[in-house]
Design a protein around this ligand. Structure first.
Ligand SMILES: [Zn+2]
Length: 93
């Protein structure tokens, strides 16, 4: 599998580290039900068959965090973007 890094260009999978589901949101630690929410965040993950948003780190390259949309059935890379572009939209820059 090869990933098209927006900064470095197309690179081999061995240069990247998978960091999981990009859709997981860290719960508010001050919420009344915080323990249950943290349990869900850590242990209850979906296992989608098809397109999935994932976080990847280009550790052997530009060290960028990437948001990769990948088909988990075929490993086809559907899109790649810098992960902080998404955080900027959420006001977390
Ligand atoms: Zn890169």
């Amino acid at each position: 599998m090869r990933i098209q890094c927006p900064f470095c260009g197309e690179r081999d999978l061995s240069e990247f580290v998978y960091h999981g589901d990009a859709g997981v949101v860290r719960p508010d630690p001050h919420a009344a039900d915080a323990p249950a929410r943290f349990f869900d965040e850590v242990y209850l993950r979906s296992n989608p068959a098809g397109p999935h948003e994932e976080l990847w780190y280009h550790g052997s390259g530009c060290r960028s965090w990437l948001r990769v949309r990948r088909n988990t059935r075929t490993h086809e890379i559907l899109s790649v973007a810098f992960a902080n572009a998404g955080f900027a939209r959420m006001g977390m820059e």
